[in-house]
Design a binder for this molecule. Sequence first.
Ligand code: BG6
Length: 507
Amino acid sequence: MNQTAQEEARPAGPCTIVIFGASGDLTRRKLIPALCNLALANFLPSQFAIVGFAFDALTTDSFRQQLSENIKTFATSAVDAKVWTWFLERIYYVQGDFNDAAAYDRLRTQLEQVEKEHGTGGNRLFYMAVAPQFIAGIIEELGKTSLAHEENGCWRRVIIEKPFGHDLDSARKLNADIRRILDESQIYRIDHYLGKETVQNIMVFRFGNSIFEPIWNRHFIDHVQITAAETVGVEHRGGYYEGAGALRDMVPNHLFQLVSLTAMEPPVSFDADAVREKQVEVLHALQPPSPEDVLKNAVRGQYGEGTTENDHLPAYRSEPNVAAGSDTETFVAAKLCIDNWRWADVPFYLRTGKRLAKRETEITIQFRRTPFVLFRNTPIKHLQTNRLHIRIQPEEGICLSFGAKVPGPVMKVGVVNMDFDYVRYFDRAPSTGYEWLLYDCMIGDATLFQRADMVEAGWKIIQPVLDVWKALPPRNFPNYAAGTWGPPEADELMTRDGREWSQADCL
Ligand code: BG6
């Protein structure tokens, strides 16, 4: 967190965070380190506590011990001993089965005790760090026990992790189920991409500067590319990933966040609903593909074994908890069209995958080419078009590439860059990406969280792809070697339109 943010933001108000799934990976890797960073930067209130709830046989003492071990591995910077002691004194554990009504009685007793001891005022944030199949059941129990009922001026909020459903119908059902118990204003559907500074910066870049917005449309932009490439494989998540695949795992959530922020109209304010209204308009304007479009404009892939300079990489089908003949896709590329006045005829090409050649999340805006006539009688054969690279990770920044005359007597054009690098400009403490999302929920700011209609609109667009792919199982899996840029069909998606995937020309 930087100096300026600390000067302007204040600690959140009193509250207790209840983490369902407290003994799991997300809690130890992200939530506790993020809360610890918030404590270190003075964004947590002094009237604060955490109650972990999970099935594992732990006690408050052994849970605290476990977290003290884990934080050594997962803290994003050295942990201040004083802050950690303060933090640990506020952490409690309740053991229980998510379906067991008696466990919720124990939770209530623990909560009331903690609320009294730490003066958290009855404000409660429930974090669902659990597998998706448990979410509706837990919220139902919260409803039956009134634990999440807002009363006596206390707020009660629920953060729900992705995946939110596994298709359009299940997402609609989940929304309907939880809205029988909670008001939409209590529901915070998290997408950790929105916790990234570089993602939030897309709006500032577009709407906080006067020079980009006038050219941010079909008159100047040829097409947009969004790549979220990972070098890691499926790791230890085969069990989950087998039922999800790259499309569900990345597209209706993370990639559509990037699409909507890139393509949205200017909101009238940074108010949560003003921003989300404009984002959802983009999702509604995205055209759900017909079955023919799916066959033509969506590509799936699965990695086979491969090699890097130093390693041999196993095939997806050899990963733990993955079926030997699995048809699950680990790569997806697609061409989408936004049918509105700003973007008609400007294709958006998306691609994401595991075990690709490079870790890189980037939005590339490719501008239209200039008329060539001026250069006709020179040695120049073609002109590079201008490209704007919005780099999300691991490099963070923005780079504009343009043509410049190469010095010398002969007319030659080289590509040069204007480059902004986040780390070089701003002195930022490393973070998990969850800090601001947790803080925003504590202060009741839902701007960076998904509304029910946004989630459903996202699923609506990819549902036809899910349907066609289910009906026609892939015949050529595995179709790319681990450590490469995916199957050749992904390149063909571009070359047949006379385009190519951007290889970072800003370094
Ligand atoms: C998660 C997906 O939501 O996002 C993972 O489930 C993926 O499969 C991850 O690896 C990518 O996040 P990031 O922040 O590393 O780009």
